[in-house]
Every structure is written in C-alpha cells, then in structure tokens.
Design a protein around this ligand. Sequence first.
Ligand code: ARG
Length: 694
Amino acid sequence: MCAPDHYDVDYVINPWMEGNIHKSSRDRAVDQWQKLHHVIKDHAIVDLVKPQIGVPDMVFTANAGLVLGDVAVLSRFFHKERQGEEPFFKQWLEENGFTVHELPPELPFEGAGDALFDREGRWLWAGYGFRSELDSHPYLAKWLDVEVLSLRLMDERFYHLDTCFCPLQNGYLLYYPPAFDAYSNRLIEMRVPAEKRIAVAEADAANFACNSVNIDDVVIMNKASDDLKNRITEAGFRVIETPLTEFLKAGGAAKCLTLRVTEPVRVELHASATIESRTIRLEGHLLDSGLINRALDVVVEAGGSFQVLNFNLGVQRQSTSSAEVKVTAPSHSVMETIMSQLIDLGALPPPQEVCDCLLEPVSQQGVAPDDFYVTTIYPTQVRINNEWVTVDKQRMDAAIAVSADSKTAECKLLRDLQTSDRVIVGVEGIRTIRKPESREQRNTQEFSFMGAGVSSERRVELVVEQIAWELRQIRDQGGRVVVSAGPVVIHTGGGEHLAHLIREGYVQALLGGNAIAVHDMEQSLMGTSLGVDMQRGVSVRGGHRHHLKVINTVRRYGSIAKTVEEGVLDKGIFYECVRNHVPFSLAGSIRDDGPLPDTQMDLIKAQEDYARLIAGADMILMLSSMLHSIGVGNMTPAGVKMVCVDINPAVVTKLSDRGSVESVGVVTDVGLFLSLLIQQLNKLTSAYQMAQRL
Ligand code: ARG
C-alpha cells in the first residue's frame, strides 16, 4: 500500500473525478486509509511504498503493475498524469527482488487494476477498452506463463476491471455484468458456474462493492447493501465494510488501494491467450471518404483493437491513400466478425498473406455450414486455386456457392442450397470491390440525399430535375427502370402520374403488393381510394366496402389482364401495365384482403419474381413502401441507381447505409413528387421538340 500523504484529486482522468478537483479532505482520507490499512493488517502482511510529491494517485497501488511469483509486469499508464508513478513502482519492485518486465512504449496496461487472477490461480482475467490495450494481453500470457481471458469494459464509470469485477476464493465471482460487452459476459458465464456468480446491482457497483479485497474468507470493501452482504455471506464469506468515500472521489476504493504480491502460482498451467492479430490493407480516398474512420470504428465496436502500421497519404486531391493496419481481437470468432465487416469495406490482406478461400460442403439441403460468409451488395471476388473469381448474381444476405469445377461462384439464398454445393466459409480469400468515392461524388450525394431530415422544397425540385433527366436518358437508350410502389401513391393522388410514366415508356417493370393494385383499380372503377373520394378528398359513405367490391370484380374475371380485356378496367396504373405490356409482380402479405388473383401468396415465388424483374435494372424508383423498398434493396447489387421517396425519413435513411453515390433519398409526399416529376419530364420533352424543330 502507499500512504495518502500527497493524495488529492488534482486532475480528471475518469468520470468520478469530475467536479471533485480539490474536493476531498486530506484528513479524512488519511483516517479512512489508516482504517483500511488496519483491517488488512489483521489478515495479511502489508508492505508500504514511499509516497511521492506530484503523483497524487500513487495511493492506488493496484495500478503499479501485476505480480505473479517473482515476476512483475510494470504498468504503462494510459494518462500522462499518472506516468510519473512508473519509475517509483519500478524501483520498489526491483528492490523487492521481482524481475520486472516492461511493455513496448505506447502500449498501455494499468497493472492489477486491469488484471485479476482467479483466486485458485487457474487463469488471469484481463480487462481492456479504457486504460489497458488488448495488445498487452499476449505479453502478460508470455511473461507470467498463464492463460489470459480478455474482458472488454463498456461503461466509462467502470474503467478498470477491478472497479466491476472481483474474483473471490473458492471460485466465486463478484461482478457487475452490464459493465461488460456480450461476448465478455458469455466468456464469464462459461468459466464461472451460475451458482458461483454474485452479480451486483448498479447501486452497489456505484459504491465500489466490486472493488473489494478478498483475503481467505474476508471481503473488505467500502460499502454494500444488506442484500448484497447477505448473498456474499451465504457464499461463506465475512464482509467487512470500511468507508473510503474520499477515495471514491478519485474513482478508487479498497482494492485499488492495494497490490497483492503473493498471487497463487500454478506451475502445471501454462501460457495461452486466444487473442489473434492480422494485418489488413486499405486503399482509396481513406481520409476524404471517411473510410479509415469507418474501418477503425468497426474494429473497436466489435471488441477489437488496432495499430496503424503505416499510412501513405495521397498528397494531391485526386490521389488515393493506402494504409496497413494491425487488427487484434480477443478471440477467433470476434476476429471473424471484424474481418467480415472489413472485407465489406474493401479491406485486403497484405500480398504475402493472400490465400484461397475455404470451402465446406452443404450437408443438409437449404442449410449452410455455420461459418458461412454472408454476402453484401458489393461486387465480390473469391480466390480459388490462386485465381480471383468474380461472384455471379451478387446480392446481399446470401451464401457463396462454388461450382464443382471450381471455375465459377455465385450468390445463393440459403433455401436454394443443395447438398452437392460447396459454400465459402470463414473470411479467407474474399474481397469486395468498392469504387473509390471521391470528394466530388460524395458532395453530390450529400446534396441530393435528404435522409438527414428536412428537405427544402427547392432541394426536392433539384433532385427531381436530376431524376427526370436520368429517366429520359435511360428510356432513350433502351435501358431498364423498375418501380416499386405502395398504396400511398394512390392515396396521395400520384396514381395518374405513375400511369402516365408507364404509358410514356419510362417504366419497364412494376413491383408492389396486393394493396397498390386494389386501390389503383378502386380509383379507376369507383373514384375512391380506401373509401376516400379522390376528387373531393372526403370519405364516401360506405366507401370502406369499395375495395372489396373491386377485388370481387377482378376475381370474377380471373385476373387484372382479363378485367382490362373485357373493357371493365379502362384506366389507371394497372390498366397501363396491361396495355403497354409492362410486367408487374404483386407480393402477398398477411394483411391482404382478397387477395387479387394476381397476388402471389407464395412468398418464395414472389421473391423470385421480383428478382427476375429487377435483373438488369439501371434504376429503381422506390415509391412509399418500406416493405417493398427494403425487399427490393436486399436483392439488388451495388451499381444500380436507387431513388427512394418516402415521407418518413427513417425509410429513406435505410437506403443510406448503401452509402454509395448511387442512392438518392427524397423525403417528401410521393404524390407531389410524382407530379413534379411529370412536369419536369414534360418540360424536357418540349425542349427536345424545340431543339428538333430548330
Ligand atoms: N484516479 C485514479 C485513476 O483514474 C484511480 C485509480 C483507481 N485504481 C483502480 N485500480 N481502479 O487512475
């Protein structure tokens, strides 16, 4: 221990210190520390290290280092405020006969504050996330010859492992589960049986109940609720409370104020750590496009850690940058999670590490091997027999099946997998091609993307101008535009405009559900949409029955096409589709009335129909249907221009994770949008005609 002669809160390096600068009383601190010292002396031999001026946190000797047998790993403090303590602790450890190991510079590790031995010495629990770096853990395993289990801390208030985690004798564990990520909680549950886990509530955790000193059957701590004390007592321990409120102001308590130098050594057990590291390469407009930030965020959010090995900054505006990053993960499975996300961002292995992809046979029809690689919308290549092969039928949420001759690969939905298929597993030998997004492209995208919220009318007009221009181009070049639309198109008065687009040859396929067809025909046949008079905008008495009458009529004729042929249906969207031979697909759902004979209630067939109609599209216009827009988005590879119009910004933002130049979101009323679009197309047409006449 280290007496609090110079203790104070002089700076803020954790949330507890905030608002507490110079707020602690030295006298009270001395008194509390002496009482703790006294209690501990009843159960153990206490050595003291000499307090030093200018390093007020030196009282927290848990952070001196980590000691096992005659070996010590010296702390390398994360904050410069505490780095001054290092030489004093080093000196004490050396004078007391320990072999002191020092971590490489810039690799923080805060000693026993972040590393706690199982009380039986079976393994070492090591924390990371705030003060200690995951990369320090393999050094601990090596130098102390012990198995290291890495735990990720998630709550700033519990920035050191010993603030929320306390292994007790006989395999018990006192801890605060919400301080850890899901993976770490699973690891804890795997190693500590349920009857040995004493989970504390937030209030106890905030009183630093987990920051306890356990010597044999006594547990010494600041304070605990009666409930917690009972539970600890039931486990066969004796709780001794001794107030340490003055030290809580600096974010520490009983355990922090001590360093145990007599940890149990188990000679029969040896080093092991599940930590894995890999190097990846990134190329492109790394800074401009924010790619490097995204990649590093992916690593940290998934529970890994990174080191940028080198960064080649492109100096000119148009030049690209490249970076090599070492990624560390606490386990193989976390590494795979991180790598698959990095692959999606276009990360590559360094050239010397490129290898073939891993294949596993499908052993049950319609079921992929557990570890299968899940595809994205981005063009993907896989390495087979030392050759990069481009994956066919790119779409997201599929598996990649490789042909028997190993020459081709394609995306296959789980349900389509056959037992003769071989599927790519793991993350080896897979790369995705992301077109480098330049600053200019991003700016146009930001300009046209309205997902962020309010889009001024002028901005909507500008986007409409751009879309009208592209629609015209695509039509004149014999391209393919697919429209997916919901019934809101009809309710907002957009029906006639969409019908106009179809009539004029701007639409090559229409995707929707039962409702858009029902309400379109309700309007054509009865003048209402969901019972609302579309001319006057008021509900018609009994109008709610209209749509069922319409469904009944179409059912009588057998199909929408027959209803048109019989001359019963003579206007509207679906009339135009039939007349102009524009194929449509109506996908059924649980809420459908009827349904219409044309509605495909077998959803697998409906998905196949959609996919067939989407193939080869140059542009997809998604009009106010979250369900169908997302469905369509899932089937469409990157590179297809998508325009999503919805009054709800959340629907439009969904599309933005495509993050590409090719998606445009417009938050507006769809009826209004369509009417603007028609106006703009008409303007273009008259401009063309003028030009021709001249
Ligand atoms: N003020 C000190 C810090 O933030 C408190 C250290 C508490 N020590 C501990 N092992 N949790 O570093």
